[in-house]
Design a protein around this ligand. Structure first.
Ligand SMILES: Nc1ncnc2c1ncn2[C@@H]1O[C@H](COP(=O)(O)OP(=O)(O)OP(=O)(O)O)[C@@H](O)[C@H]1O
Ligand SMILES: [Mg+2]
Length: 333
C-alpha cells in the first residue's frame, strides 16, 4: 500500500520550556515506523504536519491510507486536527477517530465517563482558579496535573502535595504555566501498570507492563514523572526503573486489570490502538489514570513496543497491526 506517515517532529529550541516538545516524536521513531512499513512491503511518504504546505498533499489523495502519529500543535483539540482533515477528505487513518482523540485529551471529562461506567479512577477535583475550595472528601496526598497534557508534561516531584498550602501553590503554578485547568487527584500508592490494546478485526490485550521505580528512589523520583520519562534508562541520573512484562500480578488481578483497560478503551470509543495507564492500589483496585489513543512508538523506549515484544511480536508486526486498524475502521464505517 501507499501509506502517508503523519507526525509532528521534536525540535530543539532552548528558548522554550524543557517539556515543550515532549509530546512530539523523535526523528528516530519516525524513521523506525517508516522502515517497519517498508519492511512489510508498503511505500511511505513522510508528512511533517507542521509544514503547512504538506497538508495540501492530501487533497490529491495520493495514498491508500495514513499512519497517523501527529499529536497536533495547539489547542485542547490538537490530536484530532489531522484526523478531522482526513475525515473530511474521506481518507482512512490508523487508530481512534476525532471524538475519542479529543475526549482522551480531557482527563477530567474522561474520568467522568469512567465513573459513569463504574470503572475505578482516582477521586478528583478540577480547579479553574486557585481560589476554589478544596472538596472535603479528597484525602492527601494529592497530585496536581494539567488537565489537557500528555507525556507527563507538568508532572514532577512537586506535583504530589501533602497539605493545602503546597496544593494551592501547585494549582496556581499549573494554571499559569500551562494556561488550563488543574486536575487534582488522590495519589494512589501502589503498582504502576500500563495496558496496550490492538484492535483490527480481532482484539488483542497485550501483556500488562509493570514499571517499578524502587531502584530510582535515590534520584528522588518515585513515579512516572516528566523527568523519569525523559531520562528513562540514564544510569548517571539513577533513572533506571525496572520493567516487568507481564507484570507481577496474580491471575485474577491480571484479568481484572486487562478487563478494566478494555472497558476504558470502549468507554472512550477508542479504536485500533490504545494504552491505558493504571495504578493498582494496595487493596488491589485498578484505578485508571488516563487512556492514550496515540501511545509512543519508539522501538527502544516506548511502553507499547515493550508489551508487543513480550507478546512475541516484532516491531514491524506491531506497526503492521496498527496499520491494519485503518482498513478495519474503513470497513466498519
Ligand atoms: N492519581 C495518581 N496516583 C498515583 N500516581 C499518579 C496519579 N496520577 C498520575 N500519576 C503518576 O504520574 C504519571 C503521569 O500521569 P498521567 O498518566 O496522568 O500523565 P500523562 O502526561 O498523560 O502521561 P503520558 O506520558 O502517559 O501521556 C503516571 O504514570 C503516574 O506515575
Ligand atoms: Mg500517562
Amino acid at each position: 500500500m501507499k501509506v502517508a506517515l503523519t507526525f509532528n517532529v521534536k525540535k530543539k529550541d532552548e528558548t522554550l520550556p524543557l517539556d515543550y516538545y515532549s509530546e512530539f516524536d523523535s526523528p528516530e521513531t519516525i524513521e523506525a515506523i517508516s522502515r517497519a512499513l517498508c519492511a512489510k512491503g508498503h511505500t511511505v511518504d513522510k508528512i511533517d504536519v507542521d509544514d503547512f504546505a504538506a497538508l495540501s498533499y492530501f487533497k490529491k489523495k495520493r495514498v491508500d491510507t495514513v499512519f497517523n502519529i501527529a499529536e497536533g500543535r495547539s489547542s485542547r483539540f490538537r490530536e484530532s486536527a489531522i484526523p478531522a482533515l482526513l475525515d473530511s477528505l474521506d481518507i482512512s487513518y490508523t487508530g481512534s477517530g476525532t471524538f475519542s482523540l479529543v475526549l482522551a485529551m480531557n482527563k477530567a471529562l474522561t474520568k467522568k465517563i469512567l465513573l459513569a461506567e463504574g470503572i475505578p479512577t482516582p477521586a478528583f477535583q478540577v480547579f479553574k482558579n486557585s481560589t476554589e475550595e478544596l472538596n472535603k472528601s479528597l484525602r492527601f496526598p494529592l497530585i496536581v496535573k494539567p488537565n489537557y497534557e500528555g507525556s507527563a508534561k507538568g508532572i514532577n516531584k512537586t506535583s504530589v502535595v501533602i497539605n493545602k498550602e503546597a496544593l494551592y501553590n501547585k494549582v496556581k503554578e499549573t494554571i499559569s504555566l500551562y494556561k488550563q485547568e488543574a486536575l487534582v487527584e488522590e495519589f494512589i500508592e501502589g503498582k504502576e501498570l500500563t495496558v496496550g490494546i490492538l484492535e483490527n478485526g480481532k482484539t488483542i490485550i497485550l501483556p500488562v507492563l509493570e514499571i517499578d521505580f524502587l531502584s530510582c528512589l535515590k534520584s528522588g523520583e518515585y513515579f512516572y514523572s516528566w523527568r523519569m520519562k525523559e531520562h528513562q534508562g540514564n544510569i548517571d541520573l539513577g533513572l533506571t526503573p525496572t520493567f516487568y512484562c507481564p507484570g507481577r500480578l496474580d491471575k485474577e488481578t491480571e484479568r481484572q486489570v486487562k478487563e478494566t483497560a478494555l472497558r476504558t478503551h470502549h468507554a472512550v470509543g477508542c479504536f485500533g490502538v490504545s494504552r491505558t495507564d493504571i495504578r493498582l492500589s494496595r487493596d488491589n483496585i485498578p484505578y485508571v489514570l488516563e487512556i492514550n489513543p496515540l501511545p509512543g512508538l519508539n522501538p527502544c523506549e516506548s511502553n507499547l513496543p515493550f508489551m508487543a515484544y513480550a507478546a512475541g511480536m516484532k516491531y514491524e508486526d506491531l506497526i503492521e497491526a496498527i496499520l491494519l486498524s485503518a482498513l478495519e475502521k474503513k470497513r466498519l464505517n
